[in-house]
Design a protein around this ligand. Structure first.
Ligand SMILES: Nc1ncnc2c1ncn2[C@@H]1O[C@H](COP(=O)(O)OP(=O)(O)O)[C@@H](O)[C@H]1O
Ligand SMILES: O=C(CO)[C@H](O)[C@H](O)COP(=O)(O)O
Length: 425
């Protein structure tokens, strides 16, 4: 029997599961939209129902007895407060929710080192501080921690990637002392382990619910952004991954951390390597505001990527940018508007490609390794004209992604944990 490892991804719109073999080949996958399970995408019960359903679908296609490990990734920066048995005590604050309490933001700004990813209104630490006064709160968890806890029963553990924006020091590998100076109760923060570490085993009730063996390992997962990178199969220093989804996220595999919150740049730790990058507010969401998907595809077929419109757009849906320019007031630039719709779309694609180029350039200026290749994931990766525009601008090899499913990247972590624990023998 070939052993299997399962990765589970809970994203903004859906839940997905992937089972992989030890050679990383995909044995099965399953995806379900969150909205099928309720209108409120921020309800943890909806997350769990969607995940349980996608996992049940997946398990119909594989030999359950072959499953050795499960790991979970979730949206980076989504947090929720729980009581002593893991029950949510308030509606979660999602990755893009802002904390508006000036005292909280000022406390972080006063004591957090300049390089920390915990600055800003959407940071995990700001959200943890907002949840802290709730009666009965025992832990503040990230979305992936809470889902993993449904399998392991451990409502007290996180991973180094999810913990980064909550202030975790990934270089020193601990919660830094300055966090207490923000007023944060340290006992509310989960223990942190490296992604790919065995954090527990399935509870008997979870094993029975899914018909899985009781010794299946629950392995520490990661964020959605890191999971997408891992899924591509990129492993060499200098490999870049651009995610062209609703937003534009870029990451480069680096031998050193690069942190510059003034540009929205941070680094996730993966073993002894680092995923340096950031996420822009530009991306497919802006395109979708102006064109239907069918129209994007139709117009794109008429684009000549070898010529340039000469327009200098900065496509945003509303004012405000995080990376590679961190400016909450940056206005969208989508003018002048050409007569041809094809040129209008082309100018937007060029503008987003320019933001991608600036992102990789900023990383290089800050000491990241030279970009040697780019793999593309997300809805926009399928657009051939856009790919040609981007390839010309970046001037590096464009390589195929092994998978563009974040869950496949997280399954690699589950596999690593199973291997480390000797469960693949
Ligand atoms: N062929 C295409 N060309 C350009 N953009 C596309 C194309 N197909 C999808 N998109 C964009 O990709 C986005 C969806 O990508 P996806 O990776 O599913 O996003 P999400 O980040 O929401 O998971 C949409 O905003 C859409 O505008
Ligand atoms: O915007 C997001 C929501 O899907 C992503 O979580 C974010 O862009 C990526 O964060 P990270 O690099 O920490 O994984």
């Amino acid at each position: 029997m070939v052993p299997l490892a399962i990765g589970i991804d809970i994203g903004t719109s859906g839940a997905r599961s992937v089972a992989i073999r030890p050679d990383f080949s995909i044995a099965a996958h399953s995806a379900l939209a969150l909205e099928r399970f309720g209108a409120n995408g921020r309800d943890p019960a909806v997350w769990w129902e969607a995940i349980a359903a996608t996992l049940a679908e997946l398990l119909k296609c594989i030999d359950r007895a072959a499953v050795r490990a499960i790991a979970v990734d979730g949206t980076s920066g989504t947090l929720l407060p729980v009581d002593g048995v893991g029950r949510p005590l308030a509606e979660p604050l999602m990755y893009n929710d802002k904390v508006l309490d000036h005292a909280i933001l000022a406390a972080i700004a006063r004591v957090a080192p300049e390089s920390s990813a915990a600055h800003g209104a959407t940071s995990g630490l700001a959200k943890a501080l907002q949840f802290q006064p709730l009666p009965g709160v025992v832990k503040v968890l990230h979305q992936a921690d809470w889902i993993a806890a449904q399998f392991s029963g451990r409502f007290d553990v996180s991973d180094e990637n999810n913990a980064l924006k909550t202030g975790y020091d990934a270089e020193a590998r601990r919660w830094p002392d300055w966090i207490a100076a923000t007023g944060m109760r340290m006992d509310l923060l989960p223990d942190v382990v490296a992604p790919g570490t065995v954090a527990g085993r399935l509870t008997p009730s979870a094993a029975d619910l899914f018909g899985l063996p009781r010794d299946v390992a629950v392995v520490a997962g990661t964020t959605d952004g890191c999971a997408s990178f891992l899924a591509t199969g990129a492993t060499a220093v200098g490999d870049g991954v651009t995610a062209l989804g609703s937003s534009l996220t870029i990451k480069i595999l680096s031998d050193r951390p690069i942190s510059a919150p003034r540009y929205g740049i941070y680094s996730h730790r993966l073993g002894d390597a680092w995923l340096a990058g950031g996420a822009s507010n530009s991306g497919g969401k802006v395109l979708a505001q102006h064109f239907s998907l069918a129209r994007i595809i139709e117009l794109s077929a008429a684009i000549d990527p070898e010529t340039q419109t000469g327009l200098d757009y900065y496509p945003l849906s509303t004012a405000g940018e995080r990376f590679p320019i961190a400016d909450p007031a940056l206005p969208p630039r989508l003018e002048p508007r050409p007569a041809s719709e094809t040129d209008y779309l082309k100018a937007m694609l060029e503008g987003i490609a320019a933001i991608e180029g600036l992102g990789y350039q900023r990383l290089a200026e800050l000491g990241a390794p030279k970009l040697t290749s780019v793999r593309s994931v997300g809805g926009g990766a399928a657009n051939a004209a856009w790919t040609a525009i981007r390839r010309r601008k970046l001037g590096v090899d464009f390589l195929p992604a092994l998978s563009d499913e974040a869950a496949a990247g997280t399954a690699r972590l589950a596999l690593a944990g199973a291997s480390e624990a000797g469960l693949l023998l």
